[in-house]
Each structure stands twice: as C-alpha cells, then as structure tokens.
Write a protein that binds this ligand. Sequence first.
Ligand code: GUN
Length: 298
Amino acid sequence: MKKAARIDGKAFAARLREKVGEHALAFAAKAGRKPGLAVVLVGEDPASQVYVGSKGKACVAANMDSFEHRLPVETSEADLLALVERLNADATVDGILVQLPLPDHIDEQAVIAAIHPDKDVDGFHVINAGRLAVGQVGFVPCTPLGCMMMLTERLGDLSGLEAVVIGRSNIVGKPMAQLLLAANATVTIAHSRTRDLAEVVRRADIVVAAVGRPEMIRSDWLKPGATVIDVGINRLPPEPGRDKGRLVGDVAYDEASEVAGAITPVPGGVGPMTIAVLLRNTLVAAHRNEGLAPPEGL
Ligand code: GUN
C-alpha cells in the first residue's frame, strides 16, 4: 500500500533557522546590535539542561546573542521574579524564556505573568493567549506555530478542512486549535474524556496529536489521506541489553503511514521545529522592540 509522505521537520527547521540567521544579520546592521534571547534555568533537571544548552547554541548559530542564567534549585521565587524584572528592563534582551518545569516552591504562573508580554517569546503569558484568541498580533507558543507552518506548507489553504486536535494543554492543544480556527478549519479539541475518540479522529483531514501516550493513535483511527502531526515524544522502556528505550510519538507511525497522506516522524518531525520557531519569535520581538517591521513570510 502507498506510504504517506514523511513531513521532514528537521529539514524544515534547518531552512527556517537559515532564514532567521540572515534576517538577524540584517537586523544587526540596522539596529546596531544583535537580537538577544535570555534563557533562565532553575535547578539541574538533566533534560532541561540539554534543552537550554541547545537553545543557546541555536541562538549563536543564528547570529543572535544568548544570555544564559543558570540558577541553583533553591533560588527563591522573589529572586527569580527580580531577575525577570531586570531582563524586562534590559534593552539588549528581546526575548525571555524561563525553562519549565520550575521547582515546586516556585509558582510558574506568577513567573510567566512577570515576563513582559512583548518579550514573551514562548507565548505563555495570558496577554498573548488572549491576543491569539481574539486575533491580535502577539506571540504564539513555538510548538503549535511550528506545526501550523508545516501544515500550511503541506496543504496550502486549510479553509473548511476538518481538524482534530487531541490534547488541551495551554502550551500545545489550545493554541493549536486557535491557530487552526483562525485559518478557517473546522476544529474539534478532543481529550481524555472524549467519548469514542477513534470515531472523532476518523472525521479529520488534519490530526494533531499532543497527548503524551506512546503510539495511542492507530491506523484504523485515520481517514485515508489525512495529514498527521505528531507532537508526542515518549520514551519506551528499554529493550533487553539496551540502556535507553526507543523514542516514539503519540501515533503508531509505521501503521499510520499506510493510511495517512502525510505524517511527521518522531524524532525528526515537530521537535526540531520548536527551537527554530523560538529563534523566529525572538527575531520578530527584536524588530518590534526597535520599532522596525518584522520580516515578512517567516
Ligand atoms: N519546557 C519544555 N518545553 C518548553 C518550552 O517550550 N518553553 C519553556 N519555557 N519551557 C519548556
């Protein structure tokens, strides 16, 4: 049977990073400084340390300044809020990203609320969630924006298409649904309480899976030809003789690619897009902060 087209997020992300890097040079020539991203990490969570390191390197490779703030796990909420205030006031900082999750003694929502909305390149501030909901210019969370870029490149106009988003998180599911709605898709948000999920997914021309359950979505849930975006990154238990399990998405990739029209792989699909979009958002923030028009078509 025909195999689905593989949507190559890694290649797409590489192209986006290249373009952002060129625009960052042009920005520096006009503004007399590079776009700057501050990344704040509290504690020593190994996965977060890797993410923060990758974000810093990606910034430098895209001709941007990276300001890393690695704070001890016992940092108080007051000290973290004071750092955010200093970064808000620093004209060389265009974007502020506080890596989540934060230690339990710190209120994540309070920290996100303290970031100036115009430096909130994660798009997590309620002001930016509200702007997205009402169609105003703001910042959109990186993962759903990256998914949207891949969908529109693949499908062009999404008007009238049936889209099912599985997952309702503030970071992926809800903003993804808003973006699809703004693009005139007919949008359903499904979640753990949805009745007959397979039947709901079978209606979809576009499936966005963001549930965090390894290979939950099976081929017989899919409408033939559907475009499938798999946001899940799940590590399976290690097989005998191996120290790490395989990474899989929320979609059973091999069988789904017998039915879907196009599908993102895991790894190499949505994941690489997230950092590329973070750079894109930082570039846009830099332009807005300097009163310049952001580059078109990014
Ligand atoms: N932790 C995992 N992903 C993200 C992200 O996109 N932004 C932030 N701030 N923290 C994260």
